[in-house]
Ligand binder design. Structure first.
Ligand code: 2AM
Length: 169
């Protein structure tokens, strides 16, 4: 199964992200992320055999996390992959510590993951064109109180992400 670790928004944050996504979609077109799939990826594992999922969960269970506030105040667009996103001007140190703790625990348990550096963002749409100007959008305050192990399920109409398990700060 396809797995990744993520920050998973509550309904209020999800609704605000969905609003940003609609605003950017009006400017960029492309495929807006389904609101139920909006998240920040912390570590992408890719395909994991069912027999190894318990090890993944054990590794995550040993990761310390401190609650933090993440302020998404920067809408942006990357030309190289035609993604429009929501990101923070400042990554809170607690989030940086969570990502390094989590990735360190995975490495220690010899669980493979994509080692590309962490870039804190929520993908709002894919295959969009570059907007002439990035709009100003009301900042989104996200209280980080935990993280989740998420499974990507492929459906005929696209991927659906489902939280398998979550851990609290
Ligand atoms: P993205 O949002 O920046 O596209 C599920 O595929 C999630 O994992 C997506 O949020 C995706 O990031 C992220 N991800 C990170 N590394 C990935 C990789 N190597 N392949 C696919 N998805 C990856």
């Amino acid at each position: 199964m396809r797995l990744f670790f993520a920050l998973w928004p509550d309904d209020a944050v999800r609704a605000e992200l969905a609003r940003w996504s609609r605003e950017l979609h009006a400017l960029c077109g492309g495929r807006a992320t389904h609101p139920e799939n909006l998240h920040v990826t912390l570590a992408f594992l890719g395909s994991v055999e069912e027999a190894h999922v318990a090890e993944v969960e054990r590794a995550a269970g040993g990761v310390a996390m401190q609650a933090a506030s993440l302020v998404l105040d920067r809408p942006g667009y990357w030309k190289h992959n035609r993604i429009a996103w929501a990101g923070p001007s400042l990554v809170p140190p607690e989030l940086a510590a969570l990502v390094s703790g989590l990735r360190g625990a995975l490495a220690k348990s010899r669980i493979a993951f994509d080692t590309k550096p962490f870039v804190s963002h929520v993908t709002l749409l894919r295959d969009g064109r570059e907007p002439r100007a990035i709009p100003e959008l009301a900042p989104i305050e996200w209280r980080l109180a935990g993280f989740a192990l998420v499974q990507s399920v492929t459906l005929p109409r696209g991927s659906r992400y489902e939280v398998r398990r979550s851990w609290s700060a």
